[in-house]
Write a protein that binds this ligand. Structure first.
Ligand code: 0L1
Ligand code: MG
Length: 265
């Protein structure tokens, strides 16, 4: 696989996505204009988007794995997850109110987040490396937002759109990985008091630490390492739930406590 887009096209597509994200309007998936776009092109657009946000003063505080569950990968026709960057501007306090009028297709999903105490780097990062570098894990809700019209997209378009990153909320009870059997941690999501999804962390590549190792290796391909202090969201354990103003979402994790968030206009 290689780059097919020119530097000018990468800059133009990154700016199109940035505008869609900032002003919450939908755009056509990028592959309508560039049907031969490769994964390398998509990550080049995402990198340009990251640089644009950094120039505007946003701070990259970590990374996320997206499309981690088997059903979602099958739906997208891929056998690997995607990666996106997380910034300080996406973070929201636990139980805060998230406005949906500045999002396009908001959905909530629950994940296990890893806080790193030492640097991780590819190209051969393993699950064991991740566990050794992890200070603690904690539960999180990610609010994803695809910017593509009609919620129609493909893998390349999603990657360029920073894997639909929008907001995230961490909370619950931080715990050391040695005190947990990560794959067997169960989670239940409630929306307005009703259970809407449940699952076990093994849904994420068999073990969420595998997803973090996968991310580190993709980040290496983007020319970056992952510093100590990074916040790594390992990917959705259950399907994402569409949310609307007035909704209240709670993710209850076994051992790790719960995280909640509310939504308004
Ligand atoms: O975090 C994720 O799983 C990203 C999902 C990307 C596709 C979508 O917006 O549903
Ligand atoms: Mg996610």
């Amino acid at each position: 696989m290689s780059l097919t887009l020119s530097r000018e096209e990468i800059v133009r597509l990154a700016s199109r996505i940035e505008t869609a994200q900032v002003y919450a309007h939908s755009i056509r998936k990028l592959t309508e204009e560039y049907p031969d776009m490769t994964l390398e092109d998509a990550y080049a657009v995402q990198t340009e988007l990251r640089r644009n946000f950094e120039k505007a003063g946003h701070r990259v505080i970590g990374w996320k794995a997206g499309l981690t569950s088997k059903p979602k990968m099958i739906q997208m026709g891929v056998d690997k997850p995607g990666v996106g960057f997380l910034t300080d501007r996406m973070a929201r306090p636990e139980n805060s109110v998230i406005t949906v009028s500045d999002l396009v297709h908001p959905r909530a999903e629950c994940e296990i987040a890893f806080m790193l105490k030492s640097e991780l780097k590819g190209p051969n990062c393993t699950r064991e490396d991740v566990l050794a570098a992890t200070d603690y894990v904690m539960p999180a809700i990610e609010i994803i937002d695809s910017r593509f019209t009609g919620f129609k997209f493909d893998f390349e378009s999603v990657i360029a759109d920073n894997s639909s990153s929008a907001r995230f909320v961490a909370g619950g009870r931080p715990m050391y990985v040695e005190d947990l059997d990560l794959p067997t941690i169960g989670v239940v999501i409630e929306q307005n008091g009703e259970i809407v999804a449940m699952g076990a962390a093994a849904e994420v590549l068999g073990d969420p630490a595998e997803a973090v190792a996968f991310m580190v290796n993709v980040i290496h391909d983007m020319g970056e390492t992952v510093p100590a202090g990074s916040f790594m969201m390992s990917g959705a354990i259950t399907a994402a739930q569409a949310v609307k103003p007035g909704d209240n979402v709670v993710a209850r994790f076994q051992h790790l406590g719960s995280v909640s968030v509310r939504f308004s206009d």
